[in-house]
Design a protein around this ligand. Structure first.
Ligand code: PEP
Length: 246
């Protein structure tokens, strides 16, 4: 078993209101786990959620911009997140890449600025279905990794999320073998392109239709260090996923 601490993130996406978040927060306040647990509510609710969490669960933003301030209507900056006491941010989620057309270059710039601003980051990578079927999964995720790597100096504040696009919100989970295969290759890529130490210490988490029924088997993969959970993070089941490695 690795000594990488198991990490479970919950991405609420654009869901929730104060009443439904209160239910989720009450549930999260019962979490008693040695694992890292981080939830990402929509940005208007970041402070609300952070102020009501009494457990050790941390709060993350779902995105942020590449500069500290300025004429960027609608964006939020890492400096603002730090000001609110928010310590994590998800970057390059597949919905940012494919709905909002964010490219690797921009995600790399965000990675750099978020780290320089003091945040911990969860950069997301993953292939689309046609890319998997064309046999270019490795090529795609390695290229995405390169843009992240070129902008990271401190790997201790990075948790990589491998999220095959075809598995996100579709109910089609990667099999434990499919997930482990890519995670192992990503770890080797880190060893070859950064260092063996970074490869051994960096958490690589899986995302894509993880739920209470499939999490335990997925968690057995030796290179699977946790999960990024979308839909199921809004449900009481999330607590089962938090302890999938127990
Ligand atoms: C996600 O939003 O990162 C995600 C993996 O979603 P879901 O668990 O719903 O597939």
């Amino acid at each position: 078993m690795s000594d990488r601490r198991f990490f479970v993130g919950g991405n609420f996406k654009m869901n929730g209101d104060k009443a439904s978040l209160d239910v989720i927060i009450n549930n999260l306040n019962t979490v008693d786990s040695p694992n890292d647990v981080v939830v990402a509510p929509p940005s208007p609710y970041l402070s609300y959620v952070a102020s009501k969490l009494t457990s050790n669960v941390k709060v993350s933003a779902q995105n942020c911009y590449k500069v500290a301030k300025g004429a960027y209507t609608g964006e939020i900056s890492p400096a603002m997140l730090c000001d609110l006491g928010i310590s994590w941010v998800i970057l390059g989620h597949s919905e940012r890449r494919h709905v909002f057309n964010e490219k690797d270059e921009l995600i790399g710039q965000k990675v750099k600025h978020a780290l320089q601003s003091g945040l911990n980051i969860i950069p997301c990578i993953g292939e689309k279905l046609d890319e998997r079927e064309a046999g270019v999964t490795e090529q795609i995720v390695f290229e995405q990794m390169k843009h992240i790597k070129d902008n990271v100096e401190d790997w201790s504040r990075v948790v990589i999320a491998y999220e095959p696009v075809w598995a996100i919100g579709t109910g089609k989970t990667a099999t434990p073998a499919q997930a482990q295969e890519v995670h192992e290759k990503l770890r080797k890529w880190l060893a070859d392109n950064v260092s063996n130490e970074v490869a051994q210490s960096t958490r690589i988490i899986y995302g894509g239709s993880v739920n209470s029924g499939n999490c335990k088997e997925l968690a057995q993969g030796k290179d699977i260090d946790g999960f990024l959970v979308g839909g199921a993070s809004l449900k009481p089941d999330f607590l089962e996923i938090v302890k999938a490695n127990a």
